[in-house]
Design a protein around this ligand. Structure first.
Ligand code: ZN
Length: 329
């Protein structure tokens, strides 16, 4: 097992985990050596989350400063990703490419000019609302999603302008639909699993997946047990979600975004402090299982019995690269 497996099953393709969660504690570098797990698994690029939901501009900028400092201090193994060409370079140089994402337009605090600043600091996708509504967008756990606000519509246009990818994960149905229709560029569901494969409100229905794909977008499948089954992180179950998504939208529109949280204690603290975004009734509690990067080679081997290396190269990273080439500045 190890990096060689994904290299083999993708025919030497790029492997990109488009959502990964290190602790959100500025100036705390204790967990960052664990990025080595990504490299050991055969991942070439990882998109690190720098904030979600209620966090402030200061919180997001502080995390960007922390992660950027760590990456630039480890040039032998890590590389900051700014362009699609950088992605190819990182893989060639066998360094782990790192870029960033933001979960929710609350990170803007109502200021449109923050979009380009975040982009300049390496943020390559941002989603509308983290489970509950904000001043820009509606959330997937709101009783009623009122869609994008006028500010939210301006944010989508600004993201298109600067090259940041518009993401519908965690947002409400109507908001996600409006994002897809309004965006002049392909949009993504960075880490959303098919509701047709497991019925959870964080998962997305077939018609949203199809609408995203019809505009050239990509749906990233995550490895959170609650969203795959009864807290089920088996390789067999993940393969079922891949099967469902590939069957529905085709091989050009599915990717990987594990959503692995490295510090589970921090995650549980967020659950307790933020019950509106993490209702215990939906399973957000101690003991949530997640697929770690180290499981990806096993998943790759299982998928290789069902799909060609061409399909798996797209699934494991090629589709994310296409979006970067098309949307990033
Ligand atoms: Zn998320």
């Amino acid at each position: 097992m190890g990096g060689g497996v994904l290299e083999t099953v993708t025919g030497g393709g790029l492997v990109w985990d488009n959502h990964s969660c290190m602790p959100l504690r500025p100036d705390d570098y204790a967990f960052l050596p664990q990025l080595g797990q990504c490299r050991a698994a055969g991942i070439d690029v990882v998109t690190l989350n720098v904030g979600f939901g209620v966090m402030t501009i200061k919180d997001h900028i502080s995390m960007l400063a922390t992660f950027r400092r760590w990456v630039t201090q480890h040039p032998e193994t890590l590389m900051l990703i700014g362009t699609a060409a950088d992605v190819v370079k990182a893989k060639r140089e066998k360094r782990l490419g790192v870029c960033f994402d933001i979960e929710g337009m609350t990170a803007l605090e109502g200021r449109i000019e923050m979009v380009s600043l975040y982009y300049d600091l390496g943020v390559r996708w941002m989603l509308g609302a983290y489970n509950v509504a904000n001043e820009a967008a509606g959330g997937c756990l709101d009783p009623e999603d009122k869609g994008l606000t006028p500010f939210g519509r301006r944010v989508v246009a600004e993201m298109n302008r600067v090259g940041m990818v518009v993401c519908g994960t965690h947002t409400g149905y109507r908001t996600a639909r409006e994002m897809i229709d309004l965006s002049s560029q392909p949009t993504i569901f960075s880490h959303s699993n098919p509701r047709g494969a497991w019925d959870h409100p964080r998962n997305i229905p077939d018609d949203l997946m199809k609408a995203c794909a019809a505009r050239g977008g990509v749906i990233g499948l995550c490895g959170i047990g609650l969203f795959m089954g009864r807290n089920d992180t088996s390789t067999e179950t993940f393969v079922k979600h891949v099967d469902y998504a590939l069957d529905l939208v085709g091989e050009d529109h599915v990717g990987i975004a594990l959503d692995y949280v490295f510090d589970v204690e921090e995650m549980h603290a967020y659950f307790l402090a933020n019950r509106a975004a993490f209702p215990p009734s939906l399973g957000f509690a101690d003991g949530i299982r997640m697929i770690p990067p180290a499981q990806l080679p096993e998943i790759g081997e299982a998928l290789a019995t069902r799909y060609s290396s061409t399909t798996l190269a797209k699934l494991f990273g090629g589709n994310h690269l296409r979006i970067a080439q098309q949307v990033w500045r």
